[in-house]
Each structure stands twice: as C-alpha cells, then as structure tokens.
Design a protein around this ligand. Structure first.
Ligand code: ATP
Ligand code: MG
Length: 112
C-alpha cells in the first residue's frame, strides 16, 4: 500500500520574540492509505503542529512532507487548496463555527 502521509526529518521551529521554539525535531512518520492511526503525547509535544503540516495549514521549517504522493513544499497555493479540498478532512475538537453565517434567514452552518 502507498503511504498517504510521509514525513521525513521534519523540523518545525516557531520564532517567539527573541527566541525560537523547537516544536518538532527530526520527525519521521508514515501512514498508509486506509490505516487508522492516532498521535498521542503530552501537552506541547507537537501533535497539533504535526496535524497542521499534514493538513497543509502550515509548512515545515525543513524536511520532507508528502501527502498523497505530492511534496507539499513544491506546491503552489492553488495546488494546496485542491489537496485540502479533495484529499484531507479535519474534524476539529472545537466546532469552529463561522458566526456571521448564523444570522437569521441564512441556512445554519453546523460545523466546518
Ligand atoms: N504559533 C506558535 N508560536 C510559538 N510557539 C508555538 C506555536 N504553536 C505551538 N507552539 C509551541 O510548539 C510546541 C508544540 O505545540 P503543539 O501545539 O503542537 O503541541 P500539542 O502536542 O498539540 O499540545 P496540546 O496537547 O496542548 O494540544 C509547544 O511548545 C508550543 O508552545
Ligand atoms: Mg494540540
């Protein structure tokens, strides 16, 4: 089976004032198509950072992130949008409702 998620030597640093937060250091991760996987770890260990990279919401500082065979660092905005639209689904812990879409007369948005 082909890996749907491939990460190799992934580093993610967040600049924070005069310092840098090393959120991910040399992360390797392979998830095969159809595989059910969980990511577990203490608060601050980098779970959300990994999901943001898989979901193309953020980009790695260095290393390889390949989603469904495409290396995300080489993709333009439109290609990333297509990948997010057709390949990746997120169920958020909070509902992330868009308040403005809940005004009277409009169909209610349950979750996005
Ligand atoms: N935008 C940011 N700017 C600076 N540091 C950040 C940013 N986002 C995350 N971090 C830091 O990166 C590290 C990893 O954070 P991350 O949110 O990925 O952890 P987590 O495992 O999802 O934690 P939790 O279980 O609390 O959700 C933490 O030290 C966090 O403080
Ligand atoms: Mg988190």
């Amino acid at each position: 089976m082909a890996a749907i998620v491939e990460m190799k030597d992934v580093v993610k640093d967040y600049p924070l004032g005069n310092t840098v937060v090393h959120a991910l250091r040399d992360v390797d991760l392979n998830i095969e198509a159809g595989e059910f996987a969980t990511i577990a770890g203490p608060s601050g260990s980098g779970k959300t950072t990994i999901l943001n990279l898989i979901g193309c919401i953020d980009v790695a500082t260095s290393g390889l992130v390949r989603i469904a065979g495409s290396e995300t660092v080489k993709m333009n905005d439109k290609q990333l949008t297509d990948l997010r639209l057709h390949t990746i689904g997120f169920i958020f812990q909070s509902f992330n409702l868009i308040g403005v879409l809940n005004s009277p007369g409009r169909p209610r948005v349950i979750a996005v």
